[in-house]
Design a protein around this ligand. Sequence first.
Ligand code: HEC
Length: 252
Amino acid sequence: MNSRVTVKGVVLVAFVLLHAPLTWAVERAEVEETARLLAKLLESGRAVIERNQPLIDDPHKGDKGLTPELFEAELVREFRAKSGIDLSALPTAPVSVVLPPLAKELLPALVQASREVVRDAQVVINQRGIGYKNFIPATWGSQASARFSKSAHIRLKQTALDARNPKNEPDEYEASVLKWLAARPRAEAYVSELTEEGQTLRVVMPIYYAKDCLACHGEPKGVLDISGYPREGHKEGDLAGAITVTAPLSNR
Ligand code: HEC
């Protein structure tokens, strides 16, 4: 390395060191709030698919009427119930709606990706004569998060220890948090941490099994469920997995 360190360089470094913690803290708060809301929005979409599951799986009905527009309306309603935020009012929202600019940009992008997955699944959903179509909250969620993550610089994912879908396999960080969560009693909260020396914010929102999930993920362990996977033998309240968000921080 060059030993000629200029005064200007030293001054610049000192300036950055003095000011970084403040802007950084602001940015972390903004990214964290956005990440939390994105996870909540994905959770809302899963709930909408779950609610419509009997309709989707009805073998006697062709056109189900579950259009992308209807899905979006239900998604927006579900998210408002969960978060108090009305996404349909965002473009004209008064200043009193306190949302970080990043969230204002990315929440609509996730709504768009969510709706596109339902649009592309219309042929599957509207099939007559077939009950189970493998269009369930998890498949919808895997596709919506992948589609969103392709165009955003923030990565959204559904994951689980011993994931059924190999694309949902946890990375090292996610696996360690999932193990930590699995060993604890159910908590509603989420885990949020800076990794890679503060360059990346990771948010993990746990999902727990409800009774309805056990038809596929419960007992008898090892016996194939309707989707063709061996049941995991889980019980109500067990950790099912998580929705995770990985966001780079610019460290301005
Ligand atoms: C009809 C059977 C069925 C039901 C009911 C079901 N799941 Fe799943 N689950 C699956 C399948 C199939 C996958 C793999 C999806 C994919 O291909 O991405 C999966 C994947 C998942 C994943 C992502 C990690 C992975 O293994 O790939 C989570 C988390 C999950 N399920 C949680 C739940 C929860 C929570 C419920 C209840 C609210 C539930 N599941 C209900 C069949 C089911």
